[in-house]
Write a protein that binds this ligand. Sequence first.
Ligand code: S3P
Length: 178
Amino acid sequence: DKNIVLIGFMGTGKSTVGKILARKMDRPLWDIDQAIEDQQKKRISEIFENEGETYFRNLEKQMILDVSSHRGQVITTGGGAVVDPENLKALQSSGILVALDATAETIYQRVKGTRHRPLLKSGDLMAEIKRLLESRKPFYEKAELTVSSSGKSAAKVADEIYEALESREDFEFGKDWF
Ligand code: S3P
């Protein structure tokens, strides 16, 4: 009953795919960013603005360590979550890491109309996406499975993950976990 942990860059579809996957697998969903917002009663963008990124990263770590102490869940993470080695270790030891991948162009199209991402507020959005995507790549490559979401519906991506997990011998689909 390992957790299924979705990692990947902003705009790759983690939260939407996570919702569908959790329903499909009949598992509880933990969205780390959502859980932080509920706990703090503030949007992530407000936390960045008022308390700063370091403060947010501490909240994120605490939440990841808490959530990783449970099993049998689908966990969706913020795009920077696995940059921290302790976070990565906690998520890896409790679950299977699945990375969602998308091209810079796809990410650009998906995030350009949104305003809630504090790390994508600088002038040249495309240049910022490319720069950050490149620096995050080695961390997303730690995943056991990578699925591209470019040009696919969230339902299709969730299906692909489900099928890939189903073929793993070490993975039981919630048959016995409750
Ligand atoms: C971040 C991604 C965001 C959120 C925060 C920082 C990042 O989550 O955690 O703004 O460092 O990439 P999404 O990936 O869900 O947008």
